[in-house]
Design a protein around this ligand. Structure first.
Ligand SMILES: NC(=O)c1ccc[n+]([C@@H]2O[C@H](COP(=O)([O-])OP(=O)(O)OC[C@H]3O[C@@H](n4cnc5c(N)ncnc54)[C@H](O)[C@@H]3O)[C@@H](O)[C@H]2O)c1
Length: 283
């Protein structure tokens, strides 16, 4: 470990169980010397296993529904009290689509579900930042990160209305990030992560197919939740102070690929398969 977050204080949203990306971020932040509070929606605190993580990392859990300003105000005030000062880093790791859960096709949405999914997955990021900004709760050179997926830029049909939510989330990161960076020297970025087997991820129809396809398409393969946590830690650290308003792909190279030989192989007849040049072995 590198003590990258020594003395830093944070708020981590979205650790449901040990598969959650936020769970891995909390474990890594703890290893890097940070102190933080954990938070999740009250229902997730009942269903998930966050208390284990709290114990492991010496953190307190403060319930907050990310769609409630009152909950978020209480969270930020309590976090500053518990941690003894302003906040250095915040992870927004929240996503949920009611249309996906109910199996509604993208072309046939229930718009009340659409609004709820957008409120939870996208507008919540604006709300979190608005509370932090108004309360002047962030230290200078702090860092705010939200997690996103490439369906914000490209079509993944079964990602459904989450694609639109992620596009909105990324836009909020830029728009609010401008004011946060200008006024408080706080950077705001999104990390666009590979498909990862978690509760939210697995809810998407055909998710296994997503994962295998991305694995074959990406020259480095899919990035794991732990690797995503490592990248997030680097963005919370002082080593990335001038990175802001960015959507950063953390996907093993997937986002810049057109086609890979592994995918081509699936579509070629046996005798047409591309031979890779043999590696020369030097004596
Ligand atoms: N798993 C993937 O394939 C993948 C890929 C790219 C990005 N992401 C994003 O990563 C983030 C974390 O997801 P994950 O994959 O770790 O799954 P996860 O299910 O472990 O985490 C989602 C979290 O959102 C929380 N949440 C839902 N409604 C909430 C509310 N009203 N208030 C507060 N919290 C609420 C849940 O309780 C849960 O902890 C999400 O933004 C997700 O879209 C996931």
């Amino acid at each position: 470990m590198y003590n990258l977050l020594k003395g830093k204080k944070g708020i981590i949203f979205g650790a449901l169980d040990s598969k959650s990306i936020a769970w891995k971020v909390a474990e890594r932040a703890h290893e890097e010397g940070a102190k933080f509070v954990l938070t999740n929606a009250p229902v997730a605190l009942r269903l998930g296993t966050i208390s284990e993580l709290a114990e492991k990392t010496g953190s307190q859990v403060i319930p907050a529904d990310a769609t409630s300003i009152m909950d978020l105000e209480n969270l930020v005030e309590q976090a500053m009290e518990i941690l003894g000062g302003k906040i250095d880093f915040v992870l927004h790791s929240i996503g949920m689509s009611v249309n996906v859960r109910r199996g509604n096709h993208y072309t046939n949405q229930d718009y009340n579900f659409t609004k709820t999914g957008w409120d939870v997955s996208a507008l919540s990021f604006h709300r979190v930042m608005s509370v932090l900004y108004k309360k002047e709760a962030m230290n200078e050179w702090g860092s705010i990160v939200a997690l996103t997926y490439m369906a914000a830029q490209r079509v993944f049909p079964d990602y459904n209305d989450m694609a639109d939510n992620k596009a909105y989330l990324e836009s909020v990161a830029r728009s609010f990030g401008y004011f946060f960076s200008r006024d408080h020297k706080v950077r705001v970025n999104t990390i666009s992560q590979s498909p990862t087997v978690t509760t939210a991820g697995s809810g998407v129809k055909g998710f296994d197919g997503f994962v295998s396809f991305a694995e074959k398409m990406s020259p480095l393969g899919n990035a794991s939740a732990l690797e995503c946590a490592d990248y997030t830690i680097s963005l919370f650290s002082d080593l990335t102070k001038m990175v802001t308003l960015q959507n950063l792909f953390h996907d093993g190279g997937f986002s810049n690929m057109g086609i890979s030989t592994a995918i081509m192989d699936e579509f070629m007849k046996k005798d047409e398969k591309i031979e890779e040049p043999k590696k020369e072995i030097k004596e």
